[in-house]
Design a protein around this ligand. Sequence first.
Ligand code: FAD
Length: 327
Amino acid sequence: MEKALVLLHTVNGQLPPAALETLGLAHTLGGGFDLGVIGAGAAAAAQQVSGGAAKCFAVEGEAFAVSRYSTDAAACEAVIRASGAPLILAPDSMRFHRALPGVAERLGAAIDTHVVSVAADGAVERWYYRQRVETTLRRGQRPWILLIEPGSQPAAQPQAGAAPELLDVACETRTNVEGFSTPLAGEQTIRPDAALLFVAGAGWTKKQKDGAAHVDEAAELILDFVRRTQCSLGSSKSLVDLSGEGEAVLPFLTHLHQVGQTGSSPRHKKGLATCCHGEEPHVVGWRFIQERRAVNLDPNCGWVRGKADVVYVADAFEVMRELLKLL
Ligand SMILES: Cc1cc2nc3c(=O)[nH]c(=O)nc-3n(C[C@H](O)[C@H](O)[C@H](O)COP(=O)(O)OP(=O)(O)OC[C@H]3O[C@@H](n4cnc5c(N)ncnc54)[C@H](O)[C@@H]3O)c2cc1C
């Protein structure tokens, strides 16, 4: 295997899980690697994980603390040139997904995004078309930048090592970063790094056995569970579509929460579906969930037909009340 450069960035001064996963991949390839970290606190973060790296670089300072195309691209280009490694492994974060294609152009490099595996013989697997098509490919062009899909690799155990060489990168920019605004009106409940995905289906808003709907209680139970467990919240399409049809809705759910064929395919270790029927267009979004459980009143729901590991045929209101007592 060729030598690789593991190129990472910090988030609030720390290396996020996706960075440790990319580093974990480099450890398994056996070709040796350099390490480069950019962002706030990059030097300290690099030293915490530089064990095993041949060379180590960092770019930090006020200009590189924030995610901004011009400064990120300049910093990444400097690190890649300093290392000279033919293969560059970087997490497919929003920050690098935006900056690295431009860097590839400047370096005459090839780049692939959504990479889910790299074999020691140089074969690379990646997704296309919202993860519906998977290909195996090789390229002769070098350098070759590979953006590694978060959640697809086991994380490395951090091993401290040598202090990095601080690269002095000059870059002019016309863009001032003033802050972030998020499209979600309320609380952030989508947590890609959580171990558990909790999915709410349309059943939460339907009439229950007493003949009435209990949307307020449903909202309380779901949010209480999500807050206590810090799990990620997902939804079926039917539930997020209800708002457009003027029906009673759970106000904290948006189309960004939708899991499924026309929604997202998140990667979590475990998933728990509640009041959700388990129809194929929904369950296809669960293909990266390793352990699946569902709670449904209907013993013939879709989950029972081989789509979940465990199905509790039960009232989700009662199950969640008991679960919250245990928590
Ligand atoms: C082209 C296409 C793309 C689609 N893409 C998506 C997609 O991306 N994501 C998606 O989710 N869907 C998608 N769908 C829609 C999908 O087929 C289903 O219609 C949808 O997933 C159903 O949502 P649901 O299970 O929440 O609702 P329902 O089918 O209404 O099921 C509600 C369930 O709640 C249960 N329930 C009710 N009360 C309780 C209770 N107290 N305790 C336990 N269980 C209870 C009921 O038994 C029922 O099974 C797509 C469809 C098409 C045609």
